[in-house]
Design a protein around this ligand. Structure first.
Ligand SMILES: NC(=O)c1ccc[n+]([C@@H]2O[C@H](COP(=O)([O-])OP(=O)(O)OC[C@H]3O[C@@H](n4cnc5c(N)ncnc54)[C@H](OP(=O)(O)O)[C@@H]3O)[C@@H](O)[C@H]2O)c1
Length: 298
């Protein structure tokens, strides 16, 4: 059984990106820049934003964090985004979710220029991705990270049955679409399960590649997995654990202890898919910079 080490792969990618950023500096005397906007003081979001800024610095990219108070109006937020859209030193704009209830997430997504939408949430990027024009879009970072893990572990996908559990716009739907792509040669047969799916176990047991993006701790048990399957666990769930100083720990959507006994490969939580999301955000920001500077390859 292979433990798919997302931490190691994400570090490898960051080293590659660091070298590319240095080439950018030497060839066009500029480096990619990512701006992250956070509205309010959600503690988990603050950690994510800090990690993103830290990762940018590690690889030599510029990063700016704009912290706005909870009561910031939607109009004000949209005007800040508009200014960033026009700023030639900003190549990626990310608005950390969740947003306060008075701000419409869709309006925010639509306000970000598709050419700087490094989260890959804008309909233009989603549309190009669904059409298979992967060189003309930004791919949503978590599914993109999973593709990278499959590729770097040389996991054969062509002709395999991939079952994705979850159909969110940021993970499940783009993941299913990407696994279906012919161009990128994922070339899977894809089934998507959700909360209205009947007899889910009969479907998940057919999966050669099972992707769990549900948000329910230890939801996927060994009865739901075919022996030898590749299991990708996207879930990040905090559960109580009295043995820990913090009183809690992180677990995935997959019952790791049970399922790792029969899977051929599995991503752990933490240290699997999670670290890849930031690495791919950085990669998207580099791609945005390259497009802005008409650089074909580095
Ligand atoms: N590793 C990372 O970087 C990363 C990134 C993003 C998210 N995550 C984690 O991944 C998990 C999923 O995130 P998300 O944003 O996709 O969540 P989400 O928007 O809440 O979507 C969850 C999906 O799971 C489905 N679902 C929920 N309960 C189910 C059940 N009992 N049976 C079958 N399907 C069920 C939902 O079905 P319906 O559509 O029918 O409601 C929905 O499609 C969360 O734990 C999140 O923290 C991790």
């Amino acid at each position: 059984m292979t433990i798919i080490d997302g931490k190691k792969i994400s570090n490898d990618i960051k080293q590659e990106l660091k070298a590319s950023v240095e080439v950018c500096r030497q060839t066009v005397n500029a480096v990619p820049g990512l701006t992250v906007i956070i509205v309010g003081q959600d503690p988990a979001s603050e950690v994510y934003v800090r990690n993103k800024a830290k990762s940018c610095k590690e690889i030599g990219m510029n990063s700016e964090v704009i912290e706005l108070p909870e009561e910031t109006s939607q109009k004000k937020l949209l005007s800040i985004i508009e200014t960033l859209n026009k700023d030639p030193e900003v190549h990626g704009i990310l608005v950390q979710q969740p947003l306060p209830a008075h701000i419409d997430e869709y309006a925010v997504t639509m306000a970000i220029s598709p050419s700087k939408d490094v989260d890959g949430f804008h309909p233009e990027n989603v549309g190009q991705m669904v059409l298979g024009n992967l060189d003309k879009c930004f791919i949503s970072c978590t599914p993109y990270g999973i593709l990278e893990l499959l590729s770097r572990y040389t996991i054969e996908t062509k002709g395999k049955h991939c079952v994705v559990v979850g159909r969110s716009n940021i993970v499940g739907k783009p993941m299913a679409n990407l696994m279906l792509q012919k161009l990128r040669e994922t070339n899977c047969t894809v089934t998507v399960c959700h909360s209205a799916t009947r007899n889910m176990t009969a479907l998940t047991r057919q999966a050669d590649i099972l992707v769990a993006a549900i948000g329910r701790a230890n939801f996927i048990t060994k009865e739901m997995v075919k022996p030898g399957a590749v299991v990708i666990d996207v879930g990040i769930n905090r559960i109580e654990d009295a043995s820990r100083k913090s009183g809690c720990r992180l677990v995935g959507d997959v019952d790791y202890e049970q399922v790792s006994e029969l899977a051929s490969a599995i991503t752990p939580v933490p240290g699997g898919v999670g670290p890849m999301t930031i690495a791919m955000l950085l990669k998207n920001t580099l791609h945005s910079f390259m497009r802005a500077h008409s650089i074909q390859s580095l």
